[in-house]
Write a protein of this length. Structure first.
Length: 443
């Protein structure tokens, strides 16, 4: 069941003031009083959407209506639920649906009646005027979830979705709204001339507090989608695809999607709209390109298969090598032990040779010292003999000593010499030596 209200038009009364399109009892003086009392926008909206029908019993007491300042023509205050006895020669009623704002939506009000426009948007905002409730223009305060008996002849409501809005550039249309009914697949051409059809999905969000500014800039949500988004998204993909080869577009699809998100985000920020996502749903490729890509993929798969087969063969060779190594571990261990034994023997021989070398060196040094000492002693003895016997006698003595040391008997046991003379002393010495040599025990 649709909630209805009655829009009233009267046929009697004073004419409307210049510039007015509807009669409101007392005009909008109460709005000025509310502004002076610093009443907030929400309370002012409640007062404006309330009615003064109690003053004339819902137009049934027409004289009371006239006495309260009622004018001829369209009336600001509608009739609500009920049964009314109205004079058809004085009053006519048109039934219209009540304004219903659902969850996840707000209603931006464009007022055609009220006080003169007083812009509250600031000097930086260049897209129309925002006003407080009770003034002509776009109300800076939107209507939240609820039902409102608002006169559609005096006020126009633009429903703005404040939940995340999904828009499809495809044959499919969102079931939650009909804003993307005119959006179609994006058709673009690559650098080589291949024609693509792209299914795209864009998610946007209009904050409820910014909805009045959005409507002031674009007029309606359909304009936002069909004019702003359509141009921003479609032109971006057409320009992007035309500047790159088709294969590269396919291979860098994720990168293209991120770039598209950044582009759409920048564009919509100018309209106070948030971008929550840009998604490439599908890319419809031309038949010729599909054939090329298919053949390339088959070739790549064959290459990959050959690589796997080669890796399998390499692993088999490695396994056989490992098995042969394992089988030879016993011999390898025995060989290692033999090498160690030989190394130890070589070290022992080296140590023995080093010991012998040291022994010979030390023994030689001792022998040399002994020989040196004996030689020095003999030299000293010779020197003493020379002084005692003279050179000739010393020579004979040492010669005889050397002959005695060789253990050969060369002197007869009996020596006969001459008597007297110069040789007497030598003869006597020779006799003594002969006796000494012969009596000297053998060594």
């Amino acid at each position: 069941m649709v909630d209805m209200i009655g829009i009233v038009t009267t046929f009697e009364g004073d004419p409307l003031p210049s510039g007015a399109i509807a009669s409101r009892l007392g005009g909008f003086v109460d709005v000025e009083q509310m502004e002076q009392s610093a009443m907030d926008d929400a309370q002012m909206i409640d007062r404006l959407l309330g009615n003064k029908n109690t003053l004339h019993n819902n137009y049934q007491d027409f004289q009371a209506f006239l006495d309260s300042g009622g004018k001829i023509g369209l009336q600001h205050d509608p009739l609500l639920y009920g049964a009314f006895a109205l004079n058809p020669f004085l009053v006519s009623v048109e039934l219209v649906p009540m304004l219903v704002v659902k969850q996840g939506e707000v209603a931006v009000i464009k007022a055609y009646v009220g006080l003169v426009t007083q812009d509250t948007s600031g000097a930086e905002f260049k897209f129309g005027s925002l006003v407080r409730p009770g003034h002509r223009g776009i109300w800076q305060e939107a209507l939240r979830t609820g039902k409102y008996p608002i006169n559609p002849r005096c006020y126009e409501a633009e429903i703005v979705p404040t939940a995340i809005l999904t828009l499809n550039w495809a044959d499919a249309v969102s079931q939650a709204h009909n804003l993307d009914a005119q959006l179609k697949q994006i058709r673009a051409k690559s650098a080589e001339g291949f024609v693509f059809d792209i299914d795209l999905q864009v998610q946007i969000h209009v904050p409820d507090t910014k909805a009045p500014k959005v409507i002031s800039m674009v007029g309606t949500m359909k304009n936002l989608v069909n004019e702003v988004l359509q141009a921003a998204v479609g032109n971006h993909f057409r320009d992007k695809l035309q500047s790159m080869p088709a294969i590269r577009f396919i291979e860098t699809r994720q990168e293209v999607q991120v770039q598209a998100f950044e582009h759409v985000k920048r564009e919509l920020e100018q309209y106070q709209v948030e971008t929550r996502g840009v998604y490439i749903q599908d890319v419809i490729l031309p038949g010729d390109l599909v054939k090329v890509l298919t053949e390339r993929e088959i070739a790549n798969q064959e290459i990959e298969t050959f690589k796997r087969q080669r890796e399998a063969q390499d692993q088999r060779v490695e396994m056989e090598q490992s098995r042969g190594t394992a089988d030879m571990q016993a011999l390898l261990a025995k060989s290692s032990v033999g090498v160690e034994i030989e190394r130890n023997n070589a070290n022992a021989r080296k140590a023995q040779a080093d010991g012998e070398s040291v022994f010979i060196r030390e023994t030689g040094a001792a022998k040399g010292a002994e020989v040196e000492a004996i030689g020095l002693a003999r030299a000293k003895a010779y020197e003493s003999q020379v002084k005692a016997l003279g050179p000739s006698s010393t020579t004979i003595v040492n010669a005889l000593q050397a002959l005695a040391d060789c253990k050969v008997r060369f002197v007869p046991d009996v020596l006969v010499t001459g008597a007297g003379g110069a040789t007497g002393s030598l003869d006597a010495l020779a006799g003594v030596l002969t006796k000494w040599v012969n009596q000297r025990p053998a060594a």
